[in-house]
Design a protein around this ligand. Sequence first.
Ligand code: ADP
Ligand code: ADP
Ligand code: MG
Length: 693
Amino acid sequence: MFRKILIANRGEIACRVMRTARRMGVKTVAVYSDADAKALHVAMADEAVHIGPSPVSESYLRAEKIIEAALATGAEAIHPGYGFLSENPDFVDKVTAAGLVFIGPSAASIRAMGLKDAAKALMEKAGVPVVPGYHGDTQALVLLATKAREIGYPVLIKARAGGGGKGMRRVDRPDDFADALAGAKREAKSAFGDDHVLIEKYVDKPRHIEVQVFGDNLGNAVHLFERDCSAQRRHQKVIEEAPAPGMTPELRAAMTDAAVKAAKAIRYSGAGTIEFIVDSSKGLKADRFWFMEMNTRLQVEHPVTEMVTGVDLVEWQLRVAAGEQLPKSQEEIRLNGHAFEARLYAEDAAKGFLPATGTLHHLKFPAAPPGGNVRVETGVRAGDAISPYYDPMIAKLVAHGPDRASALALLVDTLETTEVAGSVTNLAFLAALAGDADFAAGDVDTGLIGRKQDSLTALPAPDPEIVAAAVLAASGLDRRVPSNDPWSALAGYAHFHPVAQRMKLRFGDQDILTAVTVEGGIAKVSVEATAPLPVEGRVRPKAGGGVAAAGSNASLQALQRGNDESHTAAAPPSVGFADVSPSRGERRLAKWPGHITIFNGAVGYDFAVPDPLDRADETEAAGSMRAPMPGLVKLVRAGRGDVVKKGQPLLILEAMKMEHTIAATHDGEIAEIASEGSQVTDGTVLVRFVETA
Ligand code: ADP
Ligand code: ADP
Ligand code: MG
């Protein structure tokens, strides 16, 4: 076994690899960029080497720097994690040429599977069913459009060099083909430097089922059963599980046979995944699955396989790379129970899963219950930042149970006891998905999230108790020790005259005016809306009025201590009541600069507490649109003087390796618009509208 290895990656996967290495007595070397100087993976490693500035092209993708670091520290092998250099055969060649071991497959295997078109041709030859479509060399628009018509709509245009769901466009009608092709090619060119595409039949009611394979250098290859990754948004996995729900013995036998055949066809060594697309429109049928691609590396979702097989895949990677035989034969690999993995990201699900950045001021994961059936894989700690340079993943939450229902219940529990504040996250969306009836029934195809996107991503409005809890926390009253003595419980407040403390909170783009009154040791919270009240729907609006009316005194009173019946009686008919007495149990909340986050299940309600002295953030001009994140202005579709309609695409911002269409937030005439090719930072004005009187 190696004595020391270098991990050429960051984040959770670097930490994950180090954990196994440590258990095996193997020393670890981390590499890091400027942005990661204080990152968890650096702190965890035995040694760490700085390799450059924050952008990946200047750090984690610099093969020479990384190899130099390995040689300088005396590491014998390099583990690439996933992403970055993990599927780069030139890197493997360089590692090998430097006399080091690459913990992964041979450069030849990676090359064979690297381009989706060549891989499909190879698999066809090996007798593995491939998705019907065109994967030839000619790229002329006319020919591709003709092929698409022959294949039959809907079709999927795919970048042959693609990965992570990028460079992919579903096309439903011939009229849309040319535009979609241009978009796919543009995205592929910038993400992979190769705009070659293939066209596939878009499979009906598609399910993504993949098989984990493992080979060694002695010619053995096994599978470790399947994972279902059908819960996807924009062709990216959201929740994965093993085994696949509803899997039949016939389909499993056919898929795992095909996967092992594929691995053997390229004399595969190490961990790999054969991804298949399955037509589930008539149930799971053994002749309705096709090869999509092979990922020649450890997969993000490998923990679900580990949970159901009891195998540490990273340990196997190290053993195989060190020349050992596969630790288990096919017969010794058994399925045990069911496991789920949910990917927790800093992203705004309601805004089309827009990646987000921010400092994780508060980060709390559930304490793992005994028995090891919950696993939290993370590369960040409270106080760490999600930067725009890398994938905005915060953690992977993994749950295992004896059957699917219990594993899912444990996953929901895990999601509902996780707390993140400081950046928007997809936590509530994950919980909504995990709690969805179709998902719970195992009726999941890759279109499920898209069909239910609005309901899955809608943030439930905070009920009055939550608003009141935020107000109390913002005023500091939640900190008072509950006591029978009103003098000590609410010291500092007069008890003879009610003292009102006025405060403004902001929830999303809504202002909430509140007042806390302390009288006789009881704090009452009243809420006045100046904008549509978030509590709408819960609190009945005044007759004829509606809570949206400016100045309407809709809302609620919250009693901090005791239950004062007289308030209930005195309340106007439309007023909602909330008892936030501390005796009802502690609210889970986080206070961070300028904000209060109240946790309720998997939902984190973020209330901004604007500094009354700072007027700047209150008067955000309605006449401008700002960049939601740092990026590159890729394409500008409107110019000064253009009159545009709300929803009209104005420009494309490329950020975090994805293209984001920025559409007009309202009707208006453009006064100014960012120029094509300009680099913008978070908050830069992209579009300024002509002010209307
Ligand atoms: P695929 O989408 O290629 O089938 P996965 O779902 O396993 O496979 O996603 C792998 C993707 O994760 C990579 O293609 C890459 O875009 C992204 N990635 C790369 N490095 C990291 C990292 N350190 N942390 C999180 N994500 C990463
Ligand atoms: P990537 O390298 O980006 O992971 P894949 O070829 O694995 O690309 O496809 C990503 C996802 O797109 C799949 O998981 C699946 O949901 C969807 N997909 C791919 N091919 C098809 C197809 N022919 N029909 C329907 N959906 C598909
Ligand atoms: Mg894939």
